[in-house]
Design a protein around this ligand. Structure first.
Ligand code: NAD
Length: 480
């Protein structure tokens, strides 16, 4: 059984108190590794290491920092197969998805921010013949990064890369549900020659290490991705501590399908948007609104396509739909399917747990599920399920579609499918979301701002937004 270790001051360490928790493989339901359940003692050690390392790291030339990070990205690429397999085992996601999306993006994140920091220039503002202002952007110091289980290495690196590139030392906590690739990543950081203490990775649960990390007085900024309730908790416990907070939270994303869309392409992509990673991507479109003239035709084509999704062992390269991340999460998803029926919904396809034969007979598999006949304000359409469950509903006008799309507390992402350019722009402007995709989904340019509105979060990551978040701006005003 593999024993995961913390990464502190360049060393792979056991937790101070010797406490471990089980790590379960979702596709088999079996415990296959142990994770340190770190606590305040481990945190203190990491904070001391990070504080000690940070000044030298900040004073290391941008070119050198970028070179070390690019080397790390290259090492991730060289180990892509190993990391993809580890991600598929740890998370239950199909190995092909892990390789093409998760691991590909992990190295892309690091390479992107390594390059971005070399182009990060500051502004100057001339006051005619009176003075000139210029802005210094210094690293914050020691920062915390906390990530969830759905895109483990992808989201972990999305936070760490800009924090490190801009000269901070980092204390990072991956999800205790999917810790493996963060552990493997710590070994790759050592191989890449990342200076000791610049990045420290502590494993464990929210209460044991996540909470202490958020309230540690020496950690001046926190980048958090996870559930809205946890984001609210972090906001509460850090109130009055004047930390910089970036909160990337839950979603309940609308997909708007207009009658003039490219039909085939839209069906294919709306299926992908609803069910990729078993519906466990914060950007998945789980509320699908279809313009009435094509509602029945779209429904038939959509359901037929969903029924073709191949459910199977995440380690098989032709599997398209793997296991849900945990037993508890599977039970939550199944309870929502039950709720949808109580609320008057009709299941068009799916709705059941799946038992596979062989190695995966005890895995946490649930069929891709499509439900119709629900109102917009029922719980199924208001609460984040975060699984392979979507609802379809008709609409009649653009204005109605916008009202339906905006009719939840969330505002993370959305997609709009139409060939009418004017409508696309108008709807994009009216939708309350951080991201609107027109005739595409999950097409990401890492330079663009990423984040949500309403209960989906506060702040933006991505590109310059992330570099700005992880630096403190100082205005220097020089009188002529
Ligand atoms: P979660 O909030 O339960 O956990 C996220 C991380 O926070 C984990 O590492 C967890 O250990 C830690 N944590 C838990 N309690 C904590 C506390 N009190 N203080 C500090 N840290 C704590 O979320 P999850 O179940 O791991 O992830 C699923 C959620 O993440 C979904 O709501 C999904 O929409 C959201 N998500 C959002 C985005 C985005 O970019 N907006 C991306 C991916 C996932």
């Amino acid at each position: 059984m593999q024993i995961i270790k913390n990464y502190v001051n360049g060393q792979l360490l056991d937790p101070f108190a010797g406490q471990y928790i089980d790590n379960v493989e979702p596709a088999t339901g079996q415990v296959y590794s142990k994770i340190p359940n770190s606590d305040e003692h481990d945190l203190e050690q990491a904070v001391v290491a990070a504080e000690h390392a940070q000044k030298d790291w900040a004073n290391t030339s941008v070119e050198k920092r970028a070179a070390i990070l690019c080397r790390l990205a290259d090492i991730i690429d060289a180990n892509a197969d190993m990391l993809a397999e580890a991600e598929a085992i740890d998370n239950g996601k199909p190995i092909t998805l892990a390789k093409n999306v998760d691991i590909y993006r992990a190295s892309a994140n690091i390479r992107f921010f390594a390059q971005a920091i070399t182009q990060f220039s500051s502004e100057s503002h001339a006051m005619e013949d009176v003075a000139i202002n210029y802005t210094l952007r210094d690293p914050i110091g020691v920062v915390g990064c906390i990530s969830p289980w759905n895109l483990p290495l992808y989201l972990f690196t999305w936070k760490i890369a800009p924090a490190l590139a801009s000269g901070n030392a980092v204390i990072a906590k991956p999800s205790e549900i999917t810790p493996m690739t963060a552990f493997l990543f710590s070994k790759l950081c050592i191989e890449a020659g990342l200076p000791d203490g610049v990045l420290n990775i502590l494993h464990g649960t929210g209460p044991s290490i996540g909470g202490p990390l958020t309230t540690h007085p020496k950690i001046k900024a926190l980048s958090f991705t996870g559930g809205t309730a946890t984001g609210a908790q972090i906001t509460k416990v850090t109130a009055g501590m004047f930390k910089k907070l970036s909160l990337e939270l839950g979603g309940k994303n609308p997909t708007l399908v207009f009658a003039d869309c490219d039909f085939e392409d839209t069906v294919n992509n709306v299926v992908r948007a609803a069910f990729s990673n078993q519906g466990q991507i914060c950007l998945c479109g789980s509320r699908i609104y279809i313009e009435r003239p094509i509602y029945e035709k779209f429904k038939l084509a959509f359901v037929e396509k969903v029924q073709q999704i191949k459910i199977g062992d995440p380690l098989q390269t032709d599997t398209q739909h793997g296991a849900l991340v945990s037993k508890a999460h599977m039970e939550k998803v199944l309870s929502y399917i039950e709720l949808a029926q109580e609320e008057g919904g009709t299941i068009l396809t799916g709705g059941n747990q799946v038992t596979l034969e062989g190695r995966c007979e005890n895995g946490f598999f649930v069929e891709p599920t499509v439900i119709e006949g629900l109102t917009n304000h029922c719980r199924t359409n208001q609460e984040e399920i975060f699984g392979p469950v979507c609802t379809i509903m008709p609409f009649d006008t653009d204005d109605e579609a916008i009202i339906l799309a905006n009719g939840t507390e969330y505002g993370l992402a959305s997609s709009v499918w139409t060939n009418d350019l004017k409508r696309a722009h108008r709807v994009a402007k009216e939708i309350e979301a951080g991201i609107v995709w027109i005739n595409c989904w999950l097409l990401r340019d890492l330079r663009t701002p990423f984040g949500g509105v309403k209960s989906s979060g506060v702040g933006r990551e991505g590109g310059l937004e992330a570099l700005r978040f992880f630096t403190e701006a100082k205005n220097v005003c020089v009188k002529y």
